[in-house]
Every structure is written in C-alpha cells, then in structure tokens.
Design a protein around this ligand. Structure first.
Ligand code: ZN
Length: 202
C-alpha cells in the first residue's frame, strides 16, 4: 500500500477534477473531506489492532469496489436532505474510495495474502498489479532502514502524482472551467465577466 500521503494526493487530484476554480481558503473543509475519504480505507488497520491479528481485515472487503459502492451510498444518504445532488455525492465518494483501491493495487505488497480483495462481493480473490508502481509502507521494526524506505516511498509518490495535481491546479486557476461531468457533483453557477464562475461539490 502507498503511504497515507499518497492517498491524500489522489484525493487532491479528484477534488480538482470535481470542482471548478482554484481552491480557496474557504474550501479547506471540503478538501480535507476529499483527502480523508481517499485515505479512509486504511482505517481497517485499527480493526487488525483491535483483534490483535495483523492482516485479518486490512486489504479485505474494505479495499474493494463493493465497499466503494457502499461508501458512495452512505455519503449520498448522509447528505440527502442537505441539498447537493445525490448522484454527484455518490460519484465523488465512490471515486475517492476507488482511488484508494487502485493505488493499493498498484503498490508493492510483501505480506500474504498479496494484494487486495478488489472485486468483492463478486470475488473473494486477492488482486495485485504484476507491475508495482508505488512502494509499500514499512511499519515495524522502527529503524533507519525503515525510515529511508518510507521516505523513498513518499518521494516516489510525489514524483508520480504531483505532476497531475500541478497541471490540474494550473488549469483550474487559469480557466476556472469544470473538467468533470456535472453529475460528478459540480453544479453550474453563473460566470462573472471574466468567466471565473465556480461549481463545487456541495
Ligand atoms: Zn489501503
């Protein structure tokens, strides 16, 4: 699995895809929400800690497209009466959870069972990319080698994900155009004289 930093990066990329205009200070809460949802699947590590059995839950059904659907439905239901498009909220939450599944699928995994239960509930099989893109995270034992490895993992994630984030940020800042389909969560708002309107996932 990539580091939480890598998942947060992916959440930032999806935020820029789903929302118009360059992020403002007022958007901080929503950006944190995107980042949190992109990284949330790894909360299953606490279940492993709870039962005292490493790997019992991690990379199981929490890391699947089926769970992404459940997260999307949960988000849509939770925001049902607060105004935003239910389809847009579902799409945003589903995409954020799926980004986590995709990044973990593309990462090195040295612990059995290798990979993740990506297609649950259609299949209980574990899937792992034959070509790793991201490094794994070393947690234990704490050592200089562990620190060096994890720093290298973060550097690699930055080199891979930062260009996409930077290009999207530039495009958003320059044009304010919404690259996403409105059904993803953005909604049209009147544009000003300079075409700087915004459409945010509410
Ligand atoms: Zn994960």
């Amino acid at each position: 699995m990539p580091t939480p930093y890598g998942h947060v990066f992916a959440g930032g990329i999806l935020y820029l895809l789903a929302n118009r205009g360059a992020p403002r200070r007022a958007d901080a809460g929503r950006i944190l929400l995107y980042a949190g949802l992109a990284a949330a699947a790894d909360l299953d590590l606490f279940l492993d800690l709870w039962v005292g059995e490493p790997g019992r839950f991690h990379h199981g059904i929490s890391h699947s497209l089926g769970m992404a659907v459940l997260v999307g439905l949960g988000a849509a239901v939770a925001t049902w009466k607060s105004g935003p498009s239910a389809l847009g909220v579902f799409a945003a939450a589903f995409s954020l959870h799926t980004s986590h599944v995709l990044l973990d699928y593309l990462a090195v995994d040295t612990k059995e069972p290798f990979g993740l239960m990506a297609l649950w509930p259609l299949s209980d099989a574990y899937y792992l990319s034959p070509v790793p893109v991201f490094l794994d995270v070393w947690r234990w034992p704490v050592s200089g080698e562990m620190v060096r490895h994890n720093v290298l993992a973060v550097v690699r994630e930055t080199l891979i994900l930062f260009p996409a984030l930077a290009v999207l940020f530039y495009v958003r800042r320059r044009s304010g155009r919404n690259l996403s389909d409105p059904s993803f969560g953005g909604h049209a708002v009147p544009t000003g004289p300079a075409g700087e309107g915004r459409g945010d996932v509410e």
